[in-house]
Design a protein around this ligand. Structure first.
Ligand SMILES: Nc1nc2c(ncn2[C@@H]2O[C@H](COP(=O)(O)OP(=O)(O)O)[C@@H](O)[C@H]2O)c(=O)[nH]1
Ligand SMILES: [Mg+2]
Length: 286
């Protein structure tokens, strides 16, 4: 028999949204994080804080705190991800050809990464306060080459890009490349990197493409719950140096997330709220 006490992170409750009784992750909302003990709370809200204690005081942590909004700002960002009668969050459409991409005015962010990097899981976690949003997961990873569009009220659109693999850059030609090149309302690209695998050849091809097209992008390290802290810290430092020395369009701070434990999800929501122009921050952050 399962003992609920032994599985606190998997505990869920039924949402109060009227039509469908979907499951909502226990930590979907920041208010559930705020009641946790300090150390755990900090680790969920600002994942780098769990790593910094392993860092020698001689090593600069500056780049990991460039984007460091207050708790209040994280809460404000959450309202954007919370549906209401005036603010619906929905899967909108999919485009299998570039000329099927919908014309939209609102700012857009897109998520790209290798198949299996945790893209769908991350988008689900971001939208976990709107559990009826259908984040489609392809049964055959990397097989469906389509762009999925999600609308967040009138505030912004989020695009789930087709996963790529060993065939990159060939994988990019039909959809990814033309989309990135032509999308005028695209304000930020999130490039996901598997925390266990680190930067792979296909990721480097994606980095090159963002650089070539002059697109502002951010590296997001996924599945951080799976990686030992020492290895994760080494990866975070390696990515920081990589960004500093080999890129010009990449945000200097890699963001760390776990869609299972929900670490970094609140910070990423806040980052999206800010770059789409929906949240002013007190301190100059970006
Ligand atoms: N432990 C852990 N597993 C994850 C996480 N995110 C995704 N996964 C797993 O990684 C696999 C691929 O995830 P998915 O979201 O389908 O990746 P996608 O192909 O990039 O959309 C699935 O088995 C997920 O359960 C995470 O944050 N932590
Ligand atoms: Mg997917």
């Amino acid at each position: 028999m399962l003992r609920i006490k032994a599985l606190p992170l998997l505990q869920t409750h039924i949402s109060c949204y009227p039509l469908v009784a979907q499951r909502v992750h226990q930590l979907a909302s920041i208010k559930h994080v705020c009641v946790l003990a300090e150390r755990r709370r900090q680790g969920l809200l600002y994942p780098f804080s769990s790593l910094e204690e392993h860092l020698s005081s001689q090593v600069s942590q500056e780049e990991f705190k460039i984007f460091h909004p207050s708790l209040e700002e994280l809460c404000q960002a959450e309202t954007l991800f919370t549906p209401s009668s005036q603010h619906s969050i929905d899967y909108s459409t999919s485009a299998v050809r570039i000329d099927h991409v919908p014309l939209l005015k609102q700012p857009e962010v897109c998520f790209m990464g290798r198949s299996n990097v945790g893209k769908s899981s991350l988008i689900r976690a971001l939208f976990s306060l709107a559990p009826e949003v259908d984040v489609r997961v392809s049964k055959t990873p990397g097989h469906t080459k389509k762009l999925n569009f999600f609308t967040v009220g009138k505030a912004f659109t989020l695009v789930d890009m087709p996963g790529y693999g060993h065939n990159a850059p060939r994988d990019f030609v039909e959809m990814v490349e033309p989309y990135l090149q032509e999308r005028h309302n695209l304000v930020r690209t999130f490039l996901l990197v598997d925390g266990g695998a680190g930067l792979q050849k296909a990721d480097l091809v994606a980095v090159e493409m963002c650089e070539e097209f002059n697109l502002p992008y951010v590296l997001v390290v996924t599945k951080i719950d799976r990686t030992r802290q020492g290895a994760l810290l080494a990866l975070a430092l390696q990515l920081r140096d990589f960004i500093k020395n080999q890129t010009s369009m990449c945000f200097p701070q890699p963001l760390l997330v776990s869609s299972v434990q929900f670490s970094g999800i609140y910070l990423l929501r806040c980052f999206i709220a800010h770059v789409t122009g929906n949240l002013q921050l007190n301190a100059k952050q970006l």
